[in-house]
Write a protein that binds this ligand. Structure first.
Ligand code: BGC
Length: 265
């Protein structure tokens, strides 16, 4: 079975149908730059474009109808903020207009399909736990995504504790994500070594407060794990994510499938 997964990020919005049994994209993903300003209306327009891309009948590639989930099926979608019951409750890296917005309803109206919306790091974590570096892991597992911000997903014996927001831990008196997110490395033109030192300090603080058994480092930067992971020294085992850029899309679709299953039972 396939469902759509859409991943909303600070620079790009990406989506694809996901083969749920394999945790893999069922067609090449479609990516469109995040509009600026990224208001509810402009982002909803892009989300609708992505869903339409996979539903248009004149597309003769493998992205055509063959891969498109039916219209009544829920679309899973990530959002880079605290999300409760489809509503955005924070806006650290997104337009303030999102605060208190029912994201799921805005997208459902734009696309004519039901939407299940969850925090982006939670979605990536769900995908890693089911199909990636966290497969089969018990105990306390923290999935940390290093991107525009720092996201976190915390699992206890495989069960997600949603919206943990551990990227905003205080580090040297300042919000950790402002010092150690992957975007900061690019913005401040830091060497991998210098940036890794900051990530190391962050992980140490995380360990001091949460004591996870394992830490999975995700986000696009996990592709370059060899450049910084060897410089992270902590008590917990630290490993790179394996689904990289696709984790959000896959996790969003898995969340939609769980929602659908809970309604059918
Ligand atoms: C947000 C989180 C999000 C993370 C990664 C943070 O600024 O507060 O909700 O998961 O960025 O996008």
């Amino acid at each position: 079975m396939q469902l759509f997964g859409i991943d909303i990020g600070g620079t790009g919005i990406k989506g694809a149908p996901v083969a749920l049994d394999r945790g893999e994209l069922a067609a090449d993903r479609c990516r469109i730059d995040t509009p600026h300003p990224a208001t509810p209306d402009s982002v909803a327009g892009v989300v609708a474009q992505i869903v339409d891309h996979f539903s248009s009948s004149d597309d003769s590639t493998d992205t055509a109808d063959a891969a498109a989930p039916e219209r009544t099926a829920p679309v899973g979608c990530t959002f880079p903020a605290v999300v409760k019951d489809g509503v955005a409750l924070t806006a650290a890296n997104v337009d303030d207009a999102w605060l208190g917005t029912d994201i799921a309803s805005v997208f459902a109206n734009a696309c004519g399909r039901p939407f299940v919306v969850l925090n982006d790091a939670d979605a990536a974590g769900i995908a890693e736990m089911r199909f990636g570096a966290g497969r089969g892991l018990t105990g306390v597992v923290a999935v940390i995504t290093l991107g525009t911000g720092i996201g976190s997903a915390l699992f206890v014996d495989g069960i997600l504790v949603p919206n943990t927001e551990l990227g905003h831990l205080e580090m040297d008196g300042e919000d950790a994500e402002l010092q150690a997110a992957a975007k900061v490395r690019e913005k401040e033109d830091l060497s991998w070594k210098k940036w890794a030192k900051r990530v190391d300090t962050y992980i140490e603080e995380l360990d001091r407060l949460v004591w996870p058994d394992r830490i999975i480092i995700g986000g696009g930067v996990s592709k370059h794990a060899d450049k910084f992971l060897p410089r992270i020294h902590t008590r917990a085992e630290v490993v790179p994510a394996t689904l990289h850029n696709e984790a959000g899309i896959v996790g969003a679709a898995l969340a939609a499938a769980d929602w659908q299953a809970s309604r059918q039972s």
